[in-house]
Design a protein around this ligand. Structure first.
Ligand SMILES: Nc1ncnc2c1ncn2[C@@H]1O[C@H](COP(=O)(O)OP(=O)(O)OP(=O)(O)O)[C@@H](O)[C@H]1O
Ligand SMILES: *[C@@H]1O[C@H](CO)[C@@H](O)[C@H](O)[C@H]1NC(C)=O
Ligand SMILES: *[C@@H]1O[C@H](CO)[C@@H](O)[C@H](O)[C@H]1NC(C)=O
Length: 304
């Protein structure tokens, strides 16, 4: 009688301890999983880029930052009704680019500048529709009749501003060889994606010097690269033996690949019909120069 309460008292703790430690262990494993998940998803950006990837919306739909559901691409009517232009943020040969507002979201309206280039504009729009992926700027709507395209806004602008951005106090911590190597990998991944795209092998023409190349890409706020300008993207069809030419004129610029140069010397005037076509390898010549720009001159980037 004396021992019983004692025994009872001693019997409980051993039973409770496994239950308690099991619960603790489970909690620890869950916590570790959560931390690991957060850590692994961090380089892709903690802003939830993964969940807002266009791939997770059906074709013809998009999702932006705070939106719960996928919305269909905006039509001419919706754009005229709901989008307000704020200010011009860029201009190229083909498009004028305006920072705009749509339902409290910052967006970009691109409009054809020169009616002679409407084929390029419409080609760019077709490519944008077909190539929506983690590598391509998100399409939010378009109006073919008015030659207008609506895309997501990226405040850091084109890749051309990379150096200046990385020297801003706010982004100084990003200026490491590791981050910059990640960007270079992004760039190469985009080229690989275009060469193996759902439409076939596409060549990134319109990139005859460094500045031109950089202006076709955007830098996202979570430090990734997206391709933005898809106006000059001809298709190589190997099985049909069809190669491409980047335009009908003689190309000039430091990035013009050897096979893109007029092969018949100064004496023979350039003639498009005589110019031999080429394939996607013209994009590969540029990779060292672009990578070198992206890596820049930070501690360690010379070793990379
Ligand atoms: N979504 C965006 N967010 C922020 N800036 C943008 C965006 N889209 C375009 N821009 C800016 O506008 C510039 C011109 O855009 P884009 O390259 O589409 O025009 P373009 O007329 O096709 O140019 P090109 O002369 O190369 O053909 C870009 O280099 C970039 O600086
Ligand atoms: C990068 O930008 C900084 C500040 O704007 C400037 O001092 C530096 O010379 C630039 N470097 C290159 C390689 O352009
Ligand atoms: C390539 O050309 C062949 C024959 O013309 C065609 O059947 C095929 O669909 C083309 N491939 C692509 C990717 O366009």
């Amino acid at each position: 009688m004396e021992k019983k309460p004692h025994l009872v008292r001693r019997e409980f703790p051993p039973r409770q301890v496994p239950a308690l430690s099991l619960a603790l262990l489970l909690a620890a494993v869950l916590l570790l999983n959560a931390l690991l998940y957060l850590y692994l998803s961090e380089p892709r950006g903690s802003t939830g880029r993964a969940e807002s990837q266009p791939g997770l919306c059906p074709f013809g739909h998009f999702k932006l930052g705070g939106m719960k559901n996928c919305s269909p691409w905006l039509s001419c009517e919706a754009m005229n009704r709901e989008v307000r232009k704020l200010k011009r943020v860029g201009e190229g040969a083909v498009k004028k680019v305006f920072l705009s507002e749509w339902k409290e979201n910052k967006v970009v309206v691109s409009q054809l500048t020169n009616p002679e280039l409407k084929e390029d504009f419409l080609h760019g729009l077709r490519m944008l529709k077909s190539l929506q992926s983690q590598h391509v700027v998100r399409l939010l709507g378009f109006c073919e009749e008015q030659f207008t395209i609506l895309t997501e806004y990226h405040p850091l602008g084109s890749l051309r501003g990379l150096n200046e951005t990385l020297h801003m106090p706010k982004y100084k911590a990003m200026n490491t060889w590791h981050r910059r190597l990640m960007l270079a990998i992004d760039y190469v991944s985009i080229i690989r994606y275009l060469h193996n795209s759902p439409l076939g092998t596409l060549v990134m023409c319109d990139s005859n010097d460094l500045d031109k190349v950089l202006s076709q890409y955007l830098l996202t706020s979570d430090f990734h690269i997206l391709v933005n300008d898809l106006d000059a993207l001809p298709l190589v069809n190997r099985s049909a033996g069809r190669l491409v030419k980047c335009g009908h004129r003689e190309l000039r610029g430091e990035f013009v690949a050897p096979e893109q140069h007029w092969p018949y010397g100064e004496e023979v005037p350039f003639e498009d019909d005589l110019m031999p076509p080429y394939d996607e390898k013209t994009d590969i010549w540029k990779i060292p120069d672009v990578s070198s720009f992206v890596l820049g001159h930070v501690e360690g980037s010379d070793i990379v």
